[in-house]
Design a protein. Structure first.
Length: 204
């Protein structure tokens, strides 16, 4: 870890346990718009990519309206969203160790503020936050991480990206950034390529 200057995190599934809320609210959205009761397992592809991209893949053309409905349904499950155990201690330890901390997320800026920054007292830890509209292409394209590196004035070798999905891994690989997979949210994701495998926040 000592070779890195920046440790960059994904949010959903990495800092926040949001899987249940995201998938159940998407299921409700699909029922309303497509009139189809789709199993949650078939919706897991949506984890880690921008909402409008996921909705397009479901065949929904009016993604702006659907995304608004999805966010409205999300409120119904918001009480289930929490920080993973050990995240505050991890961020405090990394900051004390001299690392700069950042975020690269598929959330838009409004979702970042409403779902994370305004709810959990963690935003102060991060010196730079790249949301989906801050880069020309979303994950799995490397553009979000490349944007982070450029704005921070660092090389790819000076950063470690920690995330939980194949989209995060592909984004890191394309940007030549080392990737650590966060398995504390779902230990079944071990087949995703990673330079480091973290089974708990304390292992980062």
């Amino acid at each position: 870890m000592s070779k890195y200057k920046h440790v960059i995190f994904d949010i959903d599934g990495t800092l926040l346990d949001t899987e249940f809320a995201i998938l159940q609210s998407l299921k409700d959205t699909v029922v309303e718009i497509l009139r189809e009761d789709m199993p949650v397992e078939k919706l897991k592809f949506a984890l880690g990519i921008p909402g409008e991209v996921a909705l397009r893949r479901l065949g929904i053309s009016d993604t702006k309206t659907a995304n608004r409905k999805w966010n409205e349904y999300l409120l119904k499950y918001k009480s289930s969203i929490r920080l993973f155990e050990g995240i505050p201690a991890l961020l405090t330890s990394l900051k004390a160790g001299g690392y700069s901390l950042g975020i690269v997320t598929s959330k838009n800026r409004n979702e970042y503020n409403e779902d994370f920054a305004s709810v959990f007292d963690m935003a102060c830890y991060f010196s730079r936050v790249i949301c989906v509209e801050d880069a020309p292409y979303p994950k799995p394209n490397p553009a979000p991480l490349i944007t982070y590196l450029s704005l921070s004035g660092i090389s790819a070798k000076e950063a470690l990206y920690v995330g939980d999905t194949a989209y995060d891994s592909l984004c890191a690989s394309g940007a030549n950034v080392d990737f650590g997979i966060a398995l504390w949210g779902n230990s079944a994701k071990g087949d995703i390529f990673a330079d480091y495998v973290f089974h708990a926040p304390s292992a980062v």
